[in-house]
Design a protein around this ligand. Structure first.
Ligand SMILES: *[C@@H]1O[C@H](CO)[C@@H](O)[C@H](O)[C@H]1NC(C)=O
Ligand SMILES: *[C@@H]1O[C@H](CO)[C@@H](O)[C@H](O)[C@H]1NC(C)=O
Ligand SMILES: *[C@@H]1O[C@H](CO)[C@@H](O)[C@H](O)[C@H]1NC(C)=O
Ligand SMILES: *[C@@H]1O[C@H](CO)[C@@H](O)[C@H](O)[C@H]1NC(C)=O
Ligand SMILES: *[C@@H]1O[C@H](CO)[C@@H](O)[C@H](O)[C@H]1NC(C)=O
Length: 269
C-alpha cells in the first residue's frame, strides 16, 4: 500500500547560524501604510526571530533591465532563501518587474502594484479594516483588525507549501509550481475534498480539468461521516495527519520525524 510520504517532498534544513547573534529589535509588527519596493535595498518584514521574511524574492538570473520578482514569504536565515508562500495574479503568475510595490492598506490589506501603479494582486479583506500586519515566527503572515481578530493570513491561502502549525479545511487545496524558477501553476493538485478525502491529482493545463486522483487517502466513510476527515493538520512537531470528525487521526507521516526545534520542516507539492 503506497503511503502519502512518497508523494510529499520533505526537505529538512539544519539551521546554519548562531542563535546568539544579536539582531535588531523587531517584534514582527508591520504598520498600515508600510511599503516595500522590488529590487531596492528596502529590507523585508522579518518575524521576531528573523527566521521568516515577507518581501520581494528575486526570480531567475540577474539582468537589471528584465529582472523579475515575486512577493513572497521565505526562510531568511539560510543561504538558499527558500520561498514558502507567494502572491499570484489571476493567471497564477507571481512574477512582477523591478519597481513593483506592496503596501499594507486598511481597506484591502496587502496591495501589490506594478511599476505603472496598476494593481496586480491584493489580499482581499471581506469585512473590517486592517489595523496591523504581523510576520509570525511560524511563517504565517497575519492581518489583524483593531480588536485583534484575524482578517487574512497566508496559512489560509497556501500556494504550494505547508508549514508546521498550518491546517487545511475541506474544499481547500493548492497546486504545485511549474519549476524551481517558474512559479506559474504546475500540473499537480493537492485537495481535501468535501467528503473529507485527501487526494492528489494531475490537472490538464490550460483547461484546468482534473484527472483521476493518483493518490486517495481513503479517509472518509459514506455510511458514517463522523469517521470522515475534515482537516489536514501539520503539527509543530513535524507530524502530518488528517483529523477525522470523531477526533481520530489518519497518519500521513509514518516515520519518526526529527525535532522541529533543530530543523525547518516544510511539505511541498
Ligand atoms: C512593535 O514595535 C512597534 C515599533 O517598534 C511598536 O509601535 C509596537 O507597539 C510593538 N508591538 C508590540 C505588540 O509590542
Ligand atoms: C536582459 O534579458 C533580455 C531577454 O531576456 C535581453 O534581451 C537583454 O539584453 C538582457 N539585458 C542585459 C543587460 O543583460
Ligand atoms: C504566531 O506564532 C506563535 C509562536 O511563535 C504561535 O503560538 C501563534 O499561534 C502564531 N499565531 C498565528 C496567528 O499564526
Ligand atoms: C512560466 O511558465 C508559463 C506557463 O508555461 C509561461 O507562460 C511563462 O512564460 C514562464 N515564465 C518564465 C519566466 O519562464
Ligand atoms: C458513527 O461512528 C462513531 C464512531 O466514530 C460511533 O460512535 C457512532 O455510533 C456511529 N454512528 C452510527 C449512526 O453508526
Amino acid at each position: 500500500m503506497a503511503s502519502a510520504k512518497f508523494y510529499f517532498i520533505f526537505l529538512l534544513f539544519l539551521l546554519p547560524y548562531d542563535l546568539h547573534l544579536a539582531t535588531a529589535q523587531n517584534n514582527g509588527t508591520v504598520p498600515v501604510g508600510a511599503t516595500l519596493t522590488a529590487g531596492t535595498e528596502s529590507s523585508p518584514w522579518l518575524s521576531p526571530s528573523g527566521d521568516f521574511a515577507f518581501g520581494f524574492h528575486h526570480l531567475g538570473e540577474e539582468n537589471n533591465s528584465n529582472d523579475l520578482f515575486s512577493l513572497s514569504i521565505f526562510y531568511n536565515k539560510i543561504p538558499e532563501k527558500t520561498v514558502i508562500w507567494y502572491a499570484d495574479n489571476e493567471d497564477q503568475n507571481p512574477a512582477v518587474p523591478r519597481g513593483s510595490q506592496v503596501k499594507l492598506t486598511a481597506d484591502q490589506g496587502l496591495v501589490l502594484n506594478d511599476p505603472q501603479g496598476k494593481q496586480v494582486w491584493s489580499s482581499k479583506i471581506d469585512i473590517g479594516a486592517v489595523a496591523v500586519g504581523h510576520m509570525n515566527d511560524t511563517g504565517n503572515f497575519v492581518l489583524a483588525s483593531g480588536s485583534s481578530s484575524r482578517l487574512w493570513d497566508s496559512f489560509s491561502n497556501p500556494t504550494d507549501t505547508l508549514l508546521p502549525g498550518q491546517m487545511m479545511e475541506t474544499e481547500q487545496g493548492f497546486f504545485s509550481q511549474k519549476s524551481d524558477t517558474n512559479f506559474s501553476r504546475g500540473r499537480f493538485q493537492f485537495r481535501l475534498l468535501k467528503d473529507g478525502n485527501l487526494v492528489l491529482n494531475i490537472v490538464n493545463l490550460p483547461t484546468d480539468l482534473a484527472y483521476d486522483a493518483y493518490y486517495i487517502s481513503g479517509a472518509y466513510d459514506f455510511t458514517n461521516s463522523s469517521n470522515s476527515g475534515y482537516q489536514v493538520m501539520f503539527k509543530e512537531s513535524g507530524y502530518m495527519y488528517i483529523l477525522r470528525r470523531n477526533g481520530g487521526r489518519f497518519d500521513l507521516t509514518t516515520e519518526r520525524v526529527v525535532p522541529a526545534a533543530e530543523f525547518y520542516h516544510r511539505a511541498m507539492l
